[in-house]
Design a protein around this ligand. Structure first.
Ligand SMILES: NC(=O)c1ccc[n+]([C@@H]2O[C@H](COP(=O)([O-])OP(=O)(O)OC[C@H]3O[C@@H](n4cnc5c(N)ncnc54)[C@H](O)[C@@H]3O)[C@@H](O)[C@H]2O)c1
Length: 256
């Protein structure tokens, strides 16, 4: 895609087999220099090792997205190392059994689950934007992509904290699109449908996947590469006139 060569990307939530990891690899293939960050620094390092072995340029960093200082350090490191920051992909989430596994409905969700989900998925994304936007404005432009979920559009009866946090990203993204737009900084949302990450493949049954397949207008379920392609487009000059939008990448499962 046009305009990605030698630009600098930060992926917040990159591990092998997941959406962030696939995006880091795709952006490096497009010629971007990539900082892959994750709470699990070893996982980010594994993504980076693969990119660098394939001839790309990538560095791993530890990141706790719930800690503003940690996100500020990541942005400072990136600018010091590579001289700028052109694409920020906020994609982290805590999908562990301890968190999303206890994210029930509004009558019973534990407050610690609610708070932690907001901290990771909404406040954490805000920290990233807060420290990246001034850099992008100073350098004359950039692109920010936040990760929502098709669950927001479905109005599920469970995972209330997850849906509430993801829904909050609509306002955060539109605000950022308005604030940054005149300075050449775009902000958009991607909403994955059912994406068969490494973790999803190892924790779901064939029967569940067949049931999910029946809900999509596509011959297959989603892959991390499907999101990576959308992020590459939104970071690129080909996406230059797309700002403040929510883009479903769900095989046509839902219409909005
Ligand atoms: N996979 C799907 O089917 C699907 C569907 C809808 C939405 N999504 C969204 O897409 C995004 C990526 O999903 P995925 O399936 O690749 O998830 P994943 O769990 O594989 O990846 C999320 C990453 O975030 C990291 N993370 C967790 N807490 C963190 C913290 N405090 N600081 C920094 N990093 C942290 C994890 O270590 C992990 O590597 C998430 O925002 C998720 O909500 C995924």
């Amino acid at each position: 895609m046009r305009g990605l060569q030698d630009k600098v990307a930060v992926i917040a939530g990159a591990a092998p087999g997941n959406i962030g990891g696939a995006s880091a690899k795709r952006l490096a293939e497009e010629g971007m220099r990539v900082v892959a960050a994750d709470l699990n620094e070893g996982a980010a390092q594994a993504v980076v090792d693969e990119i660098n072995a394939a001839g790309g340029t990538s560095v791993a960093r530890g990141l706790d997205i719930t800690d503003e200082n940690s996100y500020r350090d990541l942005v400072t490191f990136t600018v010091d190392r590579f001289g700028g920051l052109h694409g920020l992909f906020n994609v982290a989430a805590d999908l562990s059994a301890a968190t999303i596994g206890r994210d029930s409905d509004v009558t019973s969700v534990p407050v610690d689950v609610w708070q932690h989900t907001i901290d990771v998925t909404l406040t954490g994304y805000m920290y990233g934007i807060r420290h990246t936007l001034p850099v992008m404005i100073r350098q004359g432009g950039g692109s920010i992509v936040n990760t929502m979920s098709s669950a927001v559009w479905l109005g599920e009866t469970e995972r209330v904290a997850y849906q509430a946090a993801k829904s909050g990203l609509i306002g955060l993204t539109r605000h950022t699109a308005s604030l940054g737009g005149r300075h050449g900084v775009r902000a958009n949302l991607v909403s994955p449908g059912v994406i068969l990450t490494g973790a999803a493949l190892s924790t779901t049954t064939a029967q569940w996947r067949d049931e999910m397949l029946a809900t999509v207008r596509s011959p297959r379920l989603g892959r991390p590469d499907d999101l990576a392609a959308m992020v590459a487009f939104l970071f690129s000059d080909d996406g230059a006139y797309v700002n403040g939008q929510s883009l479903l990448v769900d095989g046509g499962a839902s219409f909005t």
